[in-house]
Design a protein around this ligand. Structure first.
Ligand code: GAR
Length: 194
């Protein structure tokens, strides 16, 4: 099975996936990094690990359809079976999601359906919830939405700061995402029609 990871930022989840593939806990090929940001830390990680990079910048295309068609060309060329979104900060169109239905995973740093969006850890912290967490889910056409695969809760303690909470959340992400991807690769996840 060939996996493409999509990332826009630091790429620490991508790093965790690289390690899991190397260790053999994810039995698949990490074939491609799709990145929309030339400054993303994920690019350096891909280079270090010898993973092919498709840098596709939205501003190089007149519209979203052309941008996504370029990504699709890269996915086809590399015979990608599974797309793993790891901090890819762009909404994919319904057409794109439909084309890869049941074959796109996402990780989100909160317990969905709470605190969707790009600032989930801060939003949960500022709200004052006592429990937050991490969600891995199949992607559908809505943002941070779709059938949930795994979730793990984190308690927010009195002495937690936003920084300490971020650390706890990321630590969980780096275990939970490889676990979920492993389940997918081993055919242990079944997406049923609702
Ligand atoms: C992760 O915390 C991930 O859950 C979040 O982006 C971060 C990327 O970090 N994704 C979302 O907020 C999706 N709505 P990373 O680049 O270090 O892996």
């Amino acid at each position: 099975m060939n996996i493409a990871v999509f990332a826009s930022g630091r790429g620490t989840n991508f790093g965790a996936i690289i390690r899991a593939v190397k260790k053999g806990t994810i039995k698949a090929n990490l074939s491609l990094l799709v990145c929309d940001n030339p400054k993303a830390g994920a690019i350096a990680r891909a280079k270090r690990a010898g993973i092919k990079i498709a840098l596709v910048k939205r501003e190089d295309f007149a519209n979203k359809e052309d941008f996504e068609n370029k990504i699709i060309a890269h996915l086809d060329e590399n015979k990608i079976d599974l797309i793993v979104l790891a901090g890819f900060m762009r909404m994919l169109s319904p057409e794109f999601v439909g084309r890869y239905a049941g074959r796109i995973l996402n990780i989100h740093p909160a317990l969905l359906p709470s605190f969707k969006g790009t600032e989930a850890i801060k939003d949960a912290f500022d709200y004052g919830v006592k429990v937050t967490g991490v969600t891995v889910h199949f992607v559908d056409e809505k943002m941070d939405h779709g059938p949930i695969i795994l979730q793990k809760a984190v308690e927010i303690q009195e002495n937690d700061t936003l920084e300490s909470l971020e650390k706890k959340i990321h630590k969980i992400e780096h275990h939970l995402y490889p676990e979920a991807i492993g389940l997918y690769v081993e055919g242990k996840l079944k997406l049923e029609e609702s």
